[in-house]
Design a protein around this ligand. Structure first.
Ligand code: MN
Length: 493
């Protein structure tokens, strides 16, 4: 991976980039990482270059590419955030800072469902700007692509984190291709035996399917062209991990012959009208399969904005084959999701006011992948507290904070919560033994305002003590408030 590769990717995607400035950023990053090597033995700078190239492939803007080149500088070199700000400006330093912060959200041992959910929420709450999430996702993609070089003991943890945190996040952002890539990259590391088994039994089926697919594409093309429709048609393999998951479903019970979308055809049209025309012509050519039928996600998009028509038909050989029909725009949306739009950054760079951004009114009304809407629906799906998804405004996600206990458990607290709130959230008893607190290993006052990602440790008193009444002036949770008040009422009696 060289700087030239990045320039090639920028050119391929027709991105408007100030190359003089980009080169300056690259030279700075290369100098900062000078002498560092990756576990693969490659010079370290090859990694930020690869991450920036992935983002160029997602058609991201200059600040994102620059922040990608610099994304590991603060974490892994003596360069500070202040230095970045003074040389490259506030926007870049804020992006790099966000990427550095959310990088600290790690799966630590526990794969307990609630823990993982809270971890995902913490990640989102800390990111604030979708561009930060996109850079982290691109970073994770490249780390997964080069996971081979990492020591065995770390491989599994990173792969699990990818499957539990990053792939679901990509899915919620409507980035179907990335989600599939991340899952397939993690699969062999997490389930090596199952991976080997699935690959072995699937191979002959894929080979056969590929052959008939070629003929099927030809037949459909001819049919559509007869009626003046010129479209793109591709065959696509079912993803490995998604095939594995399907095989484990009770109704499939490991029987590959029951899976009908091993290879699917995708018809890409120029308009919605053409989608329905193509659907009619396909059904005229081949009978739809009774009952399993047709799903019209154009008329009724999936919650993440996904649009497409899916139909299953008996092909020329009498085999069931799945056909997906969508416009070019829907296709890009399905593959790149939020990255295809980055509405937030565009709206902001076009000068939308912060107020508008907060209310969400700066976003294109037709943009179905509005970042906040996405994440709000995501939070809803993972089952969050009611007050969490109060509205679609930008700061809806920062109404809560997520902090770690020394054991690595994640606690969900309201914004501006303090170590006292934390103590009572962990256990009432801890609240009654509260003597002091440490945040990120430093002693802090008890009215200290916690932030997402903080590691909070309570210093316990030897004996039980009554909570201080003055704490009522700064506690944020109803639980802490209630316990403190009640303990004093008891005193009075
Ligand atoms: Mn990195």
């Amino acid at each position: 991976m060289s700087y030239q590769n990045l320039l090639d990717e920028i050119k391929k995607n027709n991105l408007l980039v100030d190359k003089v400035r980009l080169k300056k950023v690259y030279d700075f990053a290369a100098a900062a990482h000078q002498g560092q090597v990756r576990q693969s033995g490659d010079p370290y700078i090859s990694h930020p270059l690869a991450v920036a190239s992935v983002l160029a492939g997602w058609k991201q803007t200059q600040p994102v590419l620059e922040a990608a080149l610099l994304h590991d500088v603060v974490e892994d070199t003596p360069v500070t955030g202040e230095t970045l700000q003074s040389i490259f400006g506030e926007e870049i330093s804020i992006l790099v800072d966000g990427v550095t912060k959310i990088g600290k959200v790690k799966l630590r041992g526990s794969t307990n469902r609630i823990f993982v959910e809270n971890l995902r929420k913490m990640f989102v709450a800390m990111a604030k700007d979708i561009r930060v999430v996109l850079i982290r996702l691109a970073d994770r993609l490249h780390n997964m692509q080069t996971l081979e070089a990492v020591p065995l003991s770390k491989q599994k943890r990173i792969a699990r984190e990818t499957l539990e945190i990053y792939a679901p996040l990509a899915e919620r952002l409507g980035m179907g291709q990335l989600k599939g890539d991340l899952e397939d990259l993690a699969f062999p590391y997490l389930f090596p035996e199952e991976y080997g088994h699935v690959m072995e039994i699937a191979r002959p089926h894929f080979l056969r399917a590929e052959k008939t697919t070629k003929q099927a594409i030809q037949l459909i093309r001819t049919k559509l062209e007869t009626y003046g429709l010129s479209v793109e048609i591709h065959g696509r393999h079912k993803r490995k991990y998604s095939l594995y998951k399907k095989l484990t479903r009770p109704e499939i019970d490991g029987d590959l012959t029951k899976i009908h979308d091993l290879v699917a055809l995708r018809i890409i049209t120029n308009s919605k009208l053409e989608c329905y025309a193509a659907l009619g012509l396909v059904h005229d050519l081949w009978q739809p399969v009774p009952y399993v039928g047709i799903s019209d996600f154009i008329a009724q998009p999936k919650p993440n904005g996904y649009q497409s028509i899916h139909t299953k038909v008996f092909d020329h050989k009498g085999h069931i084959i799945e056909i997906q029909i969508r416009t070019r725009q829907m296709h890009e949306q399905a593959e790149y999701g939020a990255a295809a739009h980055t509405l937030y950054s565009e709206a902001k760079s076009k000068g939308a006011s912060d107020e508008k951004l907060e209310r969400g009114t700066a976003f294109n009304a037709s943009g179905k992948t509005d970042w906040i809407k996405q994440l709000a629906s995501w939070q809803k799906e993972v089952g969050s507290s009611e007050e969490f998804v109060t509205s679609l405004k930008l700061d809806a996600l920062s109404e809560r904070i997520y902090v770690f206990s020394p054991h690595g458990d994640v606690y969900d607290l309201p914004k501006n919560a303090t170590p006292v709130d934390f103590a009572f959230a962990v256990h009432t008893d801890l609240g009654f033994h509260l003597q002091g607190a440490k945040v990120n290993q430093k002693i802090v006052p008890l009215d200290f305002i916690l932030k997402s990602g903080d590691l909070v440790e309570i210093i316990k008193s030897k004996g039980k003590r009554s909570p201080n009444r003055d704490w009522l002036q700064f506690v944020k949770t109803a639980k802490a408030r209630g316990k403190i008040t009640r303990s004093h009422l008891a005193d009075v009696k």
